[in-house]
Design a protein around this ligand. Structure first.
Ligand code: SF4
Ligand code: ZN
Length: 283
């Protein structure tokens, strides 16, 4: 017997990974979008008139983010000026292909797009860096460069905020990694929905509570155009272990992802606790 949607009388065609609810396509879209709207409203991520750069890599998270930001901005009248901002790390066979996806998204969503490259900003591509230093620590360089490049690109586009597609699974992974490393300073920062207030530009994560499986499901049913290849220089084994752990925990109890984020939030250290100085360790 066909299962009926838990929200209307249509036929259910999916089971929501986050809640286990049987839903029709339309009710899933509505629930998914409304939860993100709720996150945005509760955390007061934006103000009317903000010009927001959407960090767009062509991958599933940022493609869904660009689409949903546009939908919500129009539906709820946020009054945001949205632009796409892509970083070209200079990784042949990976970023060049994913940037083609972003260029198509620009047409599909009718948003302005700026691409800034490591080469123009720093005189180095990631291909050249990996050739020089090998595969060890390459992601550390790349991460620092990307953070700066996003700031520089957003400033060039006269944006006052950046949004990124970090999802609940990413944040739960980071919580676990920081617990395993005993890095309490990072543990305090990693669950924040907005970071970078002290630096150049605030960055927000509207997908903080959005499950990766639901992002994939949304992209699939909406037939969004995204790029799904992993970076060829991605040796981050430690994150890989945290990821496997999160997925195993999710399989046993879907709420594990949110539970880990909430645990990370409640373990956050009070502001007046003395923190270790970053990058210095004493025996
Ligand atoms: Fe850069 Fe590492 Fe990400 Fe590749 S996996 S884009 S090298 S941070
Ligand atoms: Zn329904």
């Amino acid at each position: 017997m066909p299962v009926t949607c838990g929200n209307c009388d249509k036929k259910a065609i999916l089971k929501r990974p986050k809640t286990g609810d049987a839903l029709c396509k339309e009710c899933f879209f509505a629930a998914f979008e409304l939860e993100i709207h709720h996150t945005i409203e509760t955390a007061r991520l934006f103000s009317h008139g903000d010009r927001v750069a959407i960090g767009a890599s062509g991958g599933k998270d940022s493609t869904v983010l660009a689409y949903v930001m546009k939908v919500l901005n129009e539906r709820f009248n946020y009054g945001l000026d949205l632009v796409l901002l892509s970083i070209d790390e200079g990784i042949t066979g990976y970023r060049d292909d994913s940037l083609e996806t972003v260029k198509r998204n620009q047409q599909q969503y009718d948003l302005p797009l700026k691409i800034v490259s490591y080469e123009e900003l720093y005189g180095w591509t990631m291909d050249a860096i990996v050739k020089e230093i090998g595969l060890k620590n390459n992601c550390t360089f790349c991460g620092v460069f990307r953070r700066q490049a996003l700031d520089r690109g957003a400033m060039l586009m006269k944006c006052n905020k950046i949004v990124t597609g970090h999802n609940a699974d990413d944040i739960a992974e980071t919580v676990i990694m920081n617990v395993l490393r005993g890095d309490i300073a990072r543990l305090r920062r990693c669950t924040a929905i907005t970071t970078g207030m002290e630096g150049a530009l605030p960055r927000c994560k509207p997908f903080k509570y959005t499950y990766e499986k639901e992002i994939v499901m949304y992209a699939y049913f909406k037939k969004l155009d995204y790029f799904s290849t992993e970076c060829i220089y991605s040796p981050n084994a430690y994150r890989g272990h945290a990821r496997t752990y999160i997925k195993d925990a999710e399989a046993i109890r879907p709420s594990s992802i949110i539970d880990i984020i909430h645990s990370g939030e409640s373990m956050a250290i009070k502001k007046d606790v003395k923190m270790p100085v970053q990058g210095r360790y004493f025996n």
